[in-house]
Design a protein around this ligand. Structure first.
Ligand SMILES: Nc1ncnc2c1ncn2[C@@H]1O[C@H](COP(=O)(O)OP(=O)(O)OP(=O)(O)O)[C@@H](O)[C@H]1O
Ligand SMILES: [Mg+2]
Length: 235
């Protein structure tokens, strides 16, 4: 499947409206992402990275333009169809992990499967497999506050992987982590990309993190100012 088009953004614009005041944030984004790509999105604070990620993750809708995901025009889908395409296609790793504090790791990871209608026993089995894959097989019964920040990030990644998505979207996945742990997380993304052909998009401020990707998209004030190989980007 590698090389096939996963998503196409054509002239995507996004404004936020507060008390009828329009704040334009994205000014016409044109990007195509193929299956199997590993892309880093960089840009100054406020340049629109999270806004773009939320649109790519079907968590928010553009003000205008076309977004085709998996051959479907996202703008024409109703809420149910949107939730379905999101669950089937995308694993989202949020900044700050978003783990449920009172729930053991295995249940945190199993949650998206329960939403998708999988039985509890089967969901826990698959969650345990994903935690094992990310090196946390021994910790499935612990609570999130009983493991380190890097381990919490790996739980968040396990949860993003559990529905076998074609695409992982990660907003600053190493933002709160020390260097050693960041390297560990980026090696995990590299493995998922190279061994399983998973498409990966990460937002990062750090050139050392972006270098793990193969392609760089740079945003400035809501415009794409660079889109090409990471190696040519003079990070
Ligand atoms: N709900 C909102 N209402 C109005 N403006 C918003 C809203 N959310 C974001 N913005 C504005 O949109 C712009 C882009 O925000 P966004 O969160 O996409 O930036 P970012 O590139 O992710 O920044 P950071 O690196 O700080 O996370 C900013 O100027 C921000 O203030
Ligand atoms: Mg952001």
């Amino acid at each position: 499947m590698t090389g096939q088009t996963l998503m196409t953004l054509t002239d995507i614009k996004k404004s936020y409206f507060n008390a009828e005041i329009e704040t334009p944030v994205l000014h016409g984004i044109n990007v195509t992402i193929n299956r199997g790509e590993f892309v880093a999105i960089m840009g100054q604070s406020g340049s629109g990275k999270s806004t773009l990620m939320n649109i790519l993750g079907c968590l928010d809708t553009p003000t205008s333009g076309s977004f085709v995901l998996n051959g479907k025009e996202v703008g024409t889908l109703n809420d149910n169809e949107l939730a379905q395409i999101r669950n089937e296609t995308i694993g989202f790793v949020f900044q700050g992990f978003n783990l449920l504090k009172r729930m053991p790791l295995v249940d945190n990871v199993a949650l998206p499967l329960l939403y998708a209608g999988v039985s509890m026993a089967e969901a826990r089995k698959r969650a345990t497999e994903k935690l094992t894959q990310t090196g946390l097989g021994a910790f499935t019964k612990r609570l999130p506050n009983q493991i380190s920040g890097g381990q919490q990030q790996r739980v968040a990644i396990s949860r993003a992987l559990v529905c076998e998505p074609a695409l992982i979207l990660a907003d600053e996945p190493t933002g709160n982590l020390d260097t050693t742990t960041s390297v560990e997380i980026m090696n995990l993304f590299t493995r998922l990309n190279e061994e399983q052909g998973m498409s990966i998009l990460i937002v990062t401020h750090e050139p050392d993190v972006a270098k793990y990707a193969k392609r760089l998209v740079r945003l400035k004030d809501g415009y794409v100012t660079y889109d090409g190989p990471v190696a040519d980007a003079h990070l």
